[in-house]
Ligand binder design. Structure first.
Ligand code: ADP
Ligand code: MG
Length: 618
């Protein structure tokens, strides 16, 4: 019943069995004691024989093994490959390949298989399969590959550069990332001292950090600038670790992990700069700034502390908003506090505020919602408007004065005209009436005085029309003295002059200069209600200057008044204008000179420095 094909197959099988029988003894030892799994297949793929190693590996009993077929031994996705190699072996080739095998209990093992054709009577009658268990080998290989891969990842692709230096600081290894991060070919930097790449300003720092590592400190973290191949410097953070010999415990090398922190530094610096700018802005703001949470004061700037009269900021920080706001404004400030706390800005309005000493002042206040130390808070701007109010008043005052000045000019003109007429007639009468001569002389001199005063008044009204001419300073001072002497004598004041040199020609507007000296002398007289002495002294100063001193024995001025003298409208007198010193200073400065004041309880000294006229001018 057997087909011809079947007949050939069984004939081959007979030959195979014969072969095995004959050869069995020949390499029985080799076969049964081999560590490799060996199994013999007929050309149909039936397992005919198997060695103990095979049985152990697969877990089959000898009886079970004898019933095995090739396709039972391999996972489904490997069968094709296995049959391909098997048919090659049947054709007389010796294939070797890696595959997987399934054990009796379903375990999958890695196996390297060599198929060896078996020849009998010039025919291939079967195939010997020698299998090596490579599961362990494969696992190890995989492990090594993983480690290698990890190392590669660590050294190639990371954003850090790993540098190893010897004890002399020479670079003995650098990771390939060096090229990407610093722009150097790793070979280029080998054997160079690592310090030669560090920014000159940071070398000392880097050197000491390394020293600490070498001295046995576990590792050192530091940041410095390193030079890139492009010449640019880059901020890096370096983490150093010594490599220590196991036997001698000596440091062999220092390994550093270097990371680009340029961006971080930039961000840090930018943030620092911004914070400083903000702090400076707030701290030195001309406006007072308070940061408050509800009524609690969390912060106040310098201007604010000054405004509230606190020498120490803490004095204000201990207070609440209610303490520094006048009771009249508590209600409105509470309303505004609510608006600000709910996230809205309130505009500037005038508040009456209280200083630490209880005194009041008026300020404009605005509130802006803000975040302070991670909490909702209010940024309160307090603008002191005392000065502004004062300026407004001053403007008003000077406007009034302007009007008064204009009136004075008008009056001066009006009085002068009849005065001229009176003077003329007086001269006529004088020539005729001899017996009344002494009275005429008095009238004459009084008239001269009225005339002089009127002209001074006119000078005041026209300060801008400067008429410069060469004038002898001493003569001018004597004229002023004459003018003021009567008033001085009435007040029991003696005016003494000390001129040690008489030819001081100066280039000036004499009327204006007279105005200055009159102002100074009048102030001196007014400072000595109980009488005293004024000394006028003129001295050469340097090569081309002259100094005029006016010293009085009056009551002088305390520091706080002295500081303010010369401010427009600053006066301590009931009927004073507070303009004298200011105008005098202005006139002297217009003449290229300076006016200085010293004062104490013994009296006041005014110094006027003026340039002498250059030759060309006289
Ligand atoms: P006024 O004389 O109208 O007050 P001034 O500008 O001339 O204005 O002077 C301003 C203030 O300076 C005076 O009110 C006075 O307090 C002070 N002062 C000026 N000169 C003297 C002085 N010689 N001695 C003391 N105080 C003086
Ligand atoms: Mg005065």
């Amino acid at each position: 019943m057997n087909s011809p094909v079947e007949a050939i197959k069984s004939e081959k099988r007979m030959l195979l069995l014969k072969y095995l029988k004959e050869n069995h003894r020949r390499y029985e030892t080799l076969f049964s004691c081999n560590e490799d799994s060996i199994f013999v297949l007929d050309i149909e793929g039936h397992v005919i024989q198997s060695n103990p190693a095979f049985l152990q590996l697969t877990g089959f009993s000898p009886v079970e093994a004898d019933k095995l077929k090739l396709q039972f031994l391999f996972p489904i996705d490997h069968i094709n490959k296995v049959f391909h190699h098997f048919s090659n072996a049947v054709l007389g080739r010796f294939p070797n390949f890696d595959t997987k095998i399934i054990t009796k209990i379903g375990q999958v093992l890695d196996l390297n298989i060599s198929f060896i054709p078996i020849c009998e009577d010039d025919q291939i009658v079967g195939v010997s399969a020698v299998g090596k268990d490579i599961t362990e080998l494969k696992r190890k290989k995989e492990e090594i590959r993983k480690v290698e891969e990890m190392q590669r990842v660590l050294t190639d692709n990371i954003v850090d550069v790993i540098v190893s230096t010897n004890l002399q600081g020479e670079i003995v290894y650098v990771s390939p990332s060096c090229e990407y991060i610093l722009g150097y070919d790793p070979n280029e930097v080998l054997n160079q001292n690592f310090l030669s790449f560090v920014h000159p300003d940071d070398v000392e720092n880097a050197f000491h950090n390394r020293r600490r590592v070498l001295d046995g400190q576990e590792n050192g973290r530091d940041s410095y600038r390193v030079r890139k191949n492009s010449g640019e410097y880059m901020w890096v953070e370096s983490l150093c670790k010594p490599i220590i010999a196991h036997d001698t415990l000596h440091v062999l090398e220092v390994v550093s992990v270097i990371r680009d922190i340029t961006e971080r530094k930039k961000v840090e610096e930018e943030a620092k700069r911004r914070e400083e700018t903000y702090r400076d802005l707030v701290e030195y703001s001309p406006d007072a700034v308070i940061i408050a949470k509800d009524a609690e004061i969390l912060f106040i700037n310098e201007t604010g502390a000054k405004l509230f009269g606190a020498s120490d900021k803490r004095d204000i920080l201990n207070k609440t908003m209610t303490d520094i706001i006048h009771p009249d404004y508590h209600e409105i400030s509470k309303e505004r506090q609510q608006i600000e706390t709910s996230g809205n800005v309130t505009e500037f309005i005038e508040y009456k505020l209280l200083r630490l000493d209880g005194s009041q002042f008026v300020a404009e206040v605005k509130g802006i919602p803000t975040i302070y130390q991670n909490n909702r808070a209010r940024h309160i701007i307090i603008r002191d408007i005392t000065e502004r109010k004062k300026t407004q008043e001053l403007l008003l005052n000077s406007e009034k004065l302007n009007v008064a000045g204009q009136l004075a000019v008008g009056i001066a003109h009006e009085v002068r005209n009849p005065l001229t007429a009176i003077k003329g007639f007086l001269q006529l009468m004088e020539s005729e009436e001899d017996r009344n001569r002494p009275y005429f002389e008095i009238i004459q001199s009084e008239m001269d005085r009225i005339e002089l005063i009127l002209s001074e008044l006119l000078v005041l009204a026209k300060p801008h029309e400067l008429k410069f001419e060469a004038v002898d300073l001493i003569t001018l001072l004597d004229n002023v003295k004459t003018l003021i002497d009567t008033q001085a004598i009435i007040n029991g004041i003696q005016i003494e002059t000390r001129y040690n040199y008489h030819n001081f020609i100066i280039n000036c507007d004499p009327n204006q200069l007279k105005q200055v000296f009159i102002n100074i002398l009048k102030n001196a007289i007014e400072a000595m209600p109980e009488g005293g002495k004024i000394t006028i002294e003129v001295k050469q100063y340097g090569f081309n200057m002259v100094k005029v001193f006016f010293q009085d024995t009056g009551k002088g001025m305390p520091q706080e008044i002295l500081k303010r003298v010369g401010e427009p409208f600053f006066t301590t007198k009931e009927d004073g204008t507070g303009l004298g010193v200011m105008i005098s200073k202005q006139i002297i400065e217009n003449h290229g000179g300076t006016l200085n004041i010293w004062s104490d309880k013994q009296g006041t000294l005014i110094e006027v420095i003026l340039p002498k006229a250059s030759k060309r001018l006289h």
